[in-house]
Design a binder for this molecule. Sequence first.
Ligand code: MLT
Ligand code: MN
Ligand code: ZN
Length: 298
Amino acid sequence: MIVKTLGAGAGGGLPQWNCGCPQCHAARSGVIAPMTQSSVAVSLNGADWLVLNASPDLRHQMQVTPALHPNGLRKSPLRAVVLTNGDVDHIAGLLTLREQTAFSLFATATTLQELASNSVFAVLNPALVPRVPIVLDQPFSPLPGLVVTAYAVPGKIPLYLEPQGDAPLNTTAMGETTIALRIAGGGRVMHYLPGCATLPDWLCDRLTEADLVLFDGTVWADDDMQRSGTGVKSGARMGHLAMSGPQGSLARLSDLRARRFFIHINNTNPALMPDSPERAALRAAGWELSHDGMEIAL
Ligand code: MLT
Ligand code: MN
Ligand code: ZN
C-alpha cells in the first residue's frame, strides 16, 4: 500500500490567511514548510488512487503530485473519494473535482445529507459521480484489493452546522458525523483519524492492530488557542483531542506498534517548531508530524 499525505494541516492550513502566530510567521518566512489542508491519497498499484477527504487545496495538491496527474485527454487516476466528516476542510475540494470526470464519492448518509443540502455540490454530475452511502462497520472496496471499514469515533457536527448562541453541543458524539477509516490492502492495515475528540479504551485497543496510524494532531494542549492569544476555543470544544496530558494521544496511544504520524495539525500547534520542547516530547513518544508530500510504502 502506498500512502501519500497531500495535506498535513488542519482547517486554515499553514500559514493561515489571517494569522500572525509564530508558526504562521515561520512558514511565511521559509523557516518551516507550509502545510495545505488535510487530505491523504492511497493506492495499491500506483496507478489507481483513493483520496481521503477533499481539501480546499486539492487542486494544488494534485498539481504537485505527479501520480495524480491526468492519464489521458480527460482522464484521471483518481477513482474514489472517501469523506470522514462534513467540515469545510474535508469537502470544499469536491468543487474542484467538477468538470465531468467519473469517480465514486463515499460518505456516511449523514455527511451525504450535508452535501445534498448545499446545492453548490450539484456541480458534481450524479451520472458520473455516484454518492455511495457508507454503512458503519461494513467493509467496502473503493479500489480493487483495498478494503475500507469506517467506524464511528467521538466528534461533533461540522462547524457551520453548530447551533448559534449557548445551545448545548455534544463534542464527543458517536455516530455518522465523525468517522475513522480502517484501510486494509496488500497485507497491511492503516487507520486514518484526522478528527477524534477522545480516546476511549476500545479505540486504543482497536489501533494496536495497525501498521500505520495517522491521527488527529490539531492541538498540542487543549488550550493552545487561548495560550497563543489566537482564539478562545479549546481543543475539546473543537472536537479535537490534545497530544499532551494524561488523556492526550501521546499517553493514551503509547502501546502502539504502528508507525505513527499526526495529521490535521493546526497552525497554532507549537510542536510545528522544529526546536520546540513539544516536538522533542512527541518524538520521544515515537511520533512524527506528517508533512505535505510525505510518502509511506507499507
Ligand atoms: C475542524 O476540524 O475543527 C474544522 O475543520 C474547523 C473548520 O471548519 O475550520
Ligand atoms: Mn478540520
Ligand atoms: Zn497561525
